[in-house]
Design a protein around this ligand. Structure first.
Ligand code: BGC
Length: 343
């Protein structure tokens, strides 16, 4: 009898727990469904495609019999006005949490203000809004809009590290990147979107690593490719036409543009590793394949798995009533031929 009573009590307690479980989220009798709004700056981006797919998959793994995540993904089409509308829609739709990959980090304050006013936690990913020091130099980690708000966080990686790693991969080559042996590393820099700190820092720190190691460098071309493969191809093709075999290294701020550069290098009948070196960032599967066969010199792992998981973990924690840190960081890693062969 005692046993039956305690069983009954347990059942009653279970029901009452479920009934008052979670202040937010849609609740049916035994399931809480959280609405998650995910705004991506542009679906047509190789890296962010892998990132958002992993984000969705990882949310699935966090579901239980009683907690579900209904994820709504929207494409900002690289237009800030479109993205602002999408965020406003998320607010009207009563999202429980918003994950946002900003089109323009200069709009961070406006977005943060609206989302915070609606009392919705906000996870910013991939494009870091910045604070600046007295010399107008960007500071990683320290943006007031993030630090001032306990329900806002940024998940990303410090792009200075990825630039430095690109430079270090070059320095680790037997000729330290001076492929024609004339004492100067002459390079082409294919820049992502200059509004984005990843592009600024990769451009700066890749070359800084060479200079800090005492190498003489000369920039032949520095041009904006907006992270896009076709623009990487055009910029590199034009650079080859203008400078031909003077080019020692083509640095691309991401692999998407490096894939385009590779097509231009092939079309010009040049060979990576013999005529010039080619570097990217992200470690897209296509880039890793190329490194394996010598078609690219190296890349830097931009860990979309660690970053998407950190974003989801932060969201899941906060939805469960936990607190957010303001910043979550993932590390980059060097990916050259030795690394790929060892995998
Ligand atoms: C990636 C790029 C991507 C960009 C989008 C960067 O971190 O390296 O491939 O296009 O993020 O913001």
């Amino acid at each position: 009898m005692k046993k039956v009573l305690s069983l009954l009590l347990a059942v009653v307690m279970m029901f009452s727990l479920v009934a008052c479980g979670g202040g937010e989220g849609g609740e049916t009798s035994d399931v809480t469904t959280y609405k998650v709004g995910v705004a991506i700056y542009q679906f047509d981006d190789n890296f962010m495609t892998n990132y958002r797919n992993e984000l969705v998959d990882y949310f699935k793994t966090k579901e239980t019999d009683t907690v579900k995540y209904e994820v709504t993904l929207v494409d900002g089409k690289n237009d800030m006005a479109t993205q602002t509308d999408q965020i406003r829609n998320f607010i009207t739709q009563g999202m429980d949490i918003i994950i946002c990959n900003l089109v323009q980090t200069s709009s961070a304050d406006a977005i943060i203000d609206e989302v915070v006013a609606a009392e919705i936690p906000l996870v910013l990913i991939n494009r870091e809004p910045l604070a600046y020091d007295a010399d107008k130099k960007p500071i990683v980690e320290g943006y007031a809009g993030i630090l001032d708000n306990p329900t806002v966080c940024y998940v990303g990686a410090d792009a200075r590290q990825s630039g430095t790693y690109q430079g270090e991969i070059v320095l680790e080559l037997p000729d330290k990147g001076d492929i024609d042996g004339d004492g100067v590393i002459r390079y082409v820099m294919v820049v992502g979107d200059p509004e984005n700190i990843d592009a600024q820092f990769r451009t700066e720190f890749s070359v800084k690593a060479l200079v800090d190691a005492g190498m003489e460098v000369e920039c032949l071309v520095e041009q904006i490719g907006n992270w896009a493969t076709d623009q990487g191809q055009t910029i590199t093709a034009n650079a080859i036409t203008a400078h031909g075999d003077k080019i020692d290294v083509v640095f691309c701020n991401n692999d998407g543009m490096a894939l385009g550069a590779k097509a231009a290098i092939d079309a010009a009948g040049l060979k990576v590793g013999e005529d010039l070196y080619l570097l990217g960032v992200d470690a897209l599967p296509e880039a890793i394949e190329l490194i394996k066969e010598g078609g690219m010199t190296g890349t830097v792992l931009n860990d979309h798995i660690a970053q998407s998981h950190a974003a989801v973990d932060a969201a899941v924690d906060v939805l469960a009533g936990g607190e957010m840190q303001n910043y979550y960081w993932a590390n980059y890693a060097k990916v050259d031929k030795a690394y790929v062969d060892a995998q």
